[in-house]
Ligand binder design. Structure first.
Ligand code: C5P
Length: 222
């Protein structure tokens, strides 16, 4: 049986991580949340008051940081040098700054190396922005998952409300659109559909439907 890497890329809030987690679970593959890695560095930089425009400073910070994605019964926990930052990397503050941190080439080069190491020699599902185009150009299956900005914002809003957190739909829409713009216009490995990726528009699909179609594609290619 050949090893399989599945790349799931797409804009913010398209449901990549939910779907990737589900697909990985069903296929007993390793799930690698690459966005969590950029978020972890952003969180650490904000904590230490590192200037987020300063590529060298961020690069140095990253050198001294272990980012662990620990798989537990309760989901994937994210650790920075042994501290659990799972919740801390999902704040508005991190949302607002992560794309700037992720725009620096030397940060990306180090992250990509770590991601390739994690995915090597194992069946894995990776979600991110540049997995199919840059991290794993030879991935057996590449999916580009999209949804309209309105729908993506609506889903986030619903999640927040369900958690009892304050949420503003218009703000969410702006935030998502801004992050997409930064991610797809950056110079180094921008968000882009790989030529050989299968595009799935999830605007009017359920998570179950999206996961099922990815699993079908994976089975076809196994
Ligand atoms: O997927 P998530 O929304 O958690 O990613 C957070 C941010 O990390 C993205 O908006 C993007 O700026 C950056 N990112 C990236 N490349 C990846 C994954 C995430 O640049 N492979």
């Amino acid at each position: 049986n050949n090893l399989m890497n599945i790349a799931i890329d797409g804009p913010a809030g398209a449901g990549k991580s939910t779907v990737a987690k589900l697909v990985a679970e069903r296929l007993s593959y390793l799930y690698i949340d690459t966005g969590a890695m950029y978020r972890a560095l952003t969180y650490a930089a904000l904590e230490k008051n590192v200037n987020l425009e300063d590529e060298d400073a961020l690069d140095q910070l990253l050198e001294g940081i272990d980012i662990d994605l620990k798989h537990t019964k309760n989901g994937v926990l994210v650790y920075v040098n042994k501290a659990d930052v799972t919740e801390l990397i999902r704040t508005d503050d991190v949302n607002k700054h992560v794309s700037l941190v992720a725009s620096h080439p030397s940060v990306r080069i180090e992250m990509v190396e770590r991601q390739r190491t994690l995915a090597k020699g194992t069946d894995a599902v990776l979600d991110g922005r540049d997995i199919g185009t840059y991290v794993l150009p030879d991935a057996e299956l590449k999916v580009f998952l999209t949804a309209s900005v309105e729908e993506r914002a609506r889903r986030r809003h619903e999640e927040q409300v369900k958690k009892g957190l304050p949420s503003n739909l218009e703000e969410l829409k702006k935030d998502i659109a801004r992050r997409d713009e930064l991610d797809s216009t950056r110079e180094f490995a921008p968000l882009k559909k790989a030529n050989d990726a299968v595009e799935i528009d999830s605007t009017s699909m359920s998570i179950e439907e999206v996961a099922a179609s990815i699993i079908n594609l994976a089975k076809e290619r196994a």
